[in-house]
Design a protein around this ligand. Sequence first.
Ligand SMILES: Nc1ncnc2c1ncn2[C@@H]1O[C@H](COP(=O)(O)OP(=O)(O)OP(=O)(O)O)[C@@H](O)[C@H]1O
Ligand SMILES: [Mg+2]
Length: 328
Amino acid sequence: MILILSLSPAEDRIYYIKNFKAGGLYRVVGTLRSAGGKGVNAARVASALGAEIVLAGFKAGETGNWIEKQAAGLKGVRTEFLEVRGETRTNINIIDKESGTETEILEAGPKISADETEKMTGLLTAEMPGASVAVCTGGMPEGMEPDFYAHIIRAAAGEGVRTILDTSGEMLVKGVKASPFMVKPNRRELGVYAGKDIKGVADAVKASELMLSQGAGIVTASLGPDGAVMSSRDWCFEALSPDIDVVNTIGSGDSMVAGLAVAADRIFSGCRQGAGKAGKAISAGDAEGMLRLGMACALANTQFEDIGRVEPEMVERYLSMIKIRRIS
Ligand SMILES: Nc1ncnc2c1ncn2[C@@H]1O[C@H](COP(=O)(O)OP(=O)(O)OP(=O)(O)O)[C@@H](O)[C@H]1O
Ligand SMILES: [Mg+2]
């Protein structure tokens, strides 16, 4: 089972509006409403790949209930949402295809108390014996400390559960120090972490080495159209995508995380750290397989307007089209 955290889920609403400018009155050309937040997006993709998932987070008000209902309707997903006061976020994205601009309006969502944070820790800890992989993804609601993921990563390791961390800023810095199994920064997150612009693969490898030296087991750096680089202390792979036309790349990183988690779950389910295959460092072959599935999911997601959507047949097709080269 894959345990996916969604501490700050959101209802994503996209409005397609032509020639949008502030101050005007507009009729929408189209709308799209989806249950989102990075954890929910990743859960939807992992579900499409046939994984067994527990999606855990906070929910508030009607929006929270709606998101939970959407997620619980996905095949293989069990939801464990702690109800808190307030209203779960709705995020609005106004897309103007004429001018190519996007205008985002983000709500804050509920504030979480120390007591609620503790309850969440208890809930997650209770799920760990059944999990092989835990995914810590996204930001945190107001009121939570940025070292929360670090706590969860340490608790998971104690239970033999491998964590995949996809977050930013201080949550990322503190999380890396807790020695997660894998970190998945994008170009911007890696650049902020290293205090340097990531221009190409060489820069990404260098910044990944810094992250490895500070605790990460594996770093999968995603570089948008330039593919991805996966490094550990023992090897480094570069993955290149085929030339494709994209429809919408939002959620591709989340889809990549889902593919990485599903591949890791297939390798480690039934194993525990310190025992058998799972006790050893992951082989270069297994790593290549994880990278390939992660990339294939990311590419499949670019082919849909929807955020965090893949179709298994498309993922299958992309698997063989991705070029992976060992750098070291
Ligand atoms: N324009 C593109 N063309 C081809 N592949 C893309 C493109 N954008 C993204 N991808 C694929 O998706 C992967 C993840 O993209 P990216 O690095 O932008 O992640 P991200 O910023 O974390 O995304 P998000 O946070 O929106 O989910 C890339 O490694 C690549 O495989
Ligand atoms: Mg991302």
